[in-house]
Design a protein around this ligand. Structure first.
Ligand code: PLP
Length: 432
């Protein structure tokens, strides 16, 4: 296929050899094919430039195609590539850094995706407790392993309702019986779930600030309650920091809210786009990783801690520390959210903007949602008009009416002001 093919021709070609045309469901729904990236921007095949507020769903934190990170990767590749033998120097250095930054981290292992990390967390939790069930929150996403890929959209959530909903055909049907789903911010529901299932639960999975359906913070005391119930019932609290880790703060959201989990899954922003994830936790629990011949939980993976991704992560964290990236992206995020809130008011449309730091969500409903059920009534038609109007003006936001979005550190104040101007037009289009 020639370099000259248009975006639509590329989609056509892709559909012939890749189911639906892309290797991840989140990449569908666009007519563009992006062929160049740099800083805060992406360029499509036709040469149009877009201010990127997807940032690959989280990993791009410093900016696209960061030459400092890429140089570090190249050096690692040319010095000592993947050996598959013992730890590598950069891996030890990164593990020390994560332990220094993240309050819950006494030991760390590296894998390649958030899915790997949450799956291994469940294995450790089962090995440590001898129990099988896991608890998660309604609508929350923790990757694709069977025990967490259940409990999608349901209007009728109660503690005893059978879980019919799985997020993919082909998951093991028996897994639904071992997953307890609770509505986010429902303290009474959480207590009831622990009363009923606490002695059978190995782990409770939660994000410290929901990203799976936009940006929904925990209400005051909710995470603390989860922590307390886990401790009381001997359940491992698994904090999913795949989106919040190294973005909400260098030490993760746990270093912001002070609620310390037993295990932490992380990924995405740590390596500015290279595929690295990991699992950190108290020694007492991470010590359950060992040899399956001794009945311990096993972690194995050809590409775990690949030297390229490790080099990218060491470079990314080094830059973030020296340039105070977190403070910068918080200031930019606040500027954007304030501008969007003004634009909503001016347009007189029923919508809210929520978020933390560099991330935000736009919901076309009167009030900020408190849980997944609340997000089910968002006005998707208005959202579609809003998103299309932004895209028309070269601002890339998610196609999902309940999606989260984020900026990277190479975004400028001028970029934000331009996005706010575009949002004025987009909110007005949605109001029409
Ligand atoms: N957990 C959360 C909160 C996520 O947002 C994601 C991915 O978006 C995952 C886990 C899965 O991570 P990965 O896509 O790296 O498998």
């Amino acid at each position: 296929m020639s370099q000259e093919t248009s975006s639509s021709q590329r989609w056509e070609h892709a559909r012939k050899v890749i189911p639906r045309g892309a290797s991840s469901g989140h990449r569908l729904g666009w007519k563009q094919v992006f062929v160049r990236s740099g800083g805060a921007y992406l360029w499509d095949r036709e040469g149009n430039r877009y201010l990127d507020f997807l940032n690959a769903w989280g990993p791009i934190i410093l900016g696209h195609s960061d030459t400092r990170v890429n140089q570090a990767v190249l050096e690692a590749a040319n010095t000592c590539d993947l050996t598959g033998v013992g730890p590598q120097l950069g891996e030890i250095e990164l593990a020390e850094k994560v332990c220094e930054l993240m309050p819950s981290a006494e030991k760390v292992v590296f894998c390649t995706s958030g899915t790997d990390a949450t799956m291994h967390a469940a294995h450790i939790a089962r090995a440590a407790t001898g129990r099988v069930k896991v608890l998660k929150f309604h609508g929350s996403y923790h990757g694709w392993s069977d025990h967490v890929a259940v409990g999608g959209a349901r209007a009728d959530l109660t503690v005893d309702a059978p879980l019919e909903t799985v997020n993919s055909a082909g998951l093991h049907p028996g897994v639904t019986g071992d997953v307890v789903v609770v509505e986010w911010n429902d303290a009474a529901g959480l207590r009831a779930a622990f009363d009923r299932h606490g002695s059978q639960l190995a782990a409770a999975f939660a994000e410290g600030y929901i990203h799976s359906f936009g940006c929904v913070p925990p209400q005051a005391g909710f995470l603390e309650l989860l922590r307390e119930l886990c401790t009381r019932h001997g359940v491992l609290f698994v904090l999913d920091e795949v989106k919040t880790g190294f973005r909400a703060a260098l030490g993760g959201i746990q270093s912001v809210n002070g609620v310390i989990p037993d295990l932490t899954a992380f990924g995405k922003a740590i390596a500015n786009g290279y595929s690295l994830a990991g699992l950190a936790g108290r020694d007492e629990f991470m010590g359950h990783l060992g040899a399956y011949t001794r009945g311990e939980a096993t972690i194995d993976g050809t590409y775990n801690a690949s030297p390229y991704a490790i080099a990218a992560a060491n470079a990314t964290l080094g830059i973030m520390e020296s340039e105070e990236t977190i403070a910068r992206i918080y200031a930019l995020g606040e500027r954007l959210r304030a501008g969007y809130a003004r634009a909503i008011e001016e347009a007189g449309v029923e919508a809210v903007v929520t978020g933390i730091g560099s991330e935000w969500a736009v919901y076309f409903r009167a009030t900020a949602p408190q849980n997944f059920r609340d997000t089910m009534d968002v006005d998707t038609a208005r959202y579609g008009a809003y998103q299309a109007a932004l895209l028309e003006q070269g601002v890339l936001e998610t196609t999902s009416a309940t999606g989260d979005r984020r900026l990277n550190a190479s975004t400028t104040e001028d970029d934000i002001d331009r996005a706010v101007d575009a949002a004025r037009i987009a909110f007005a289009a949605a109001a029409a």
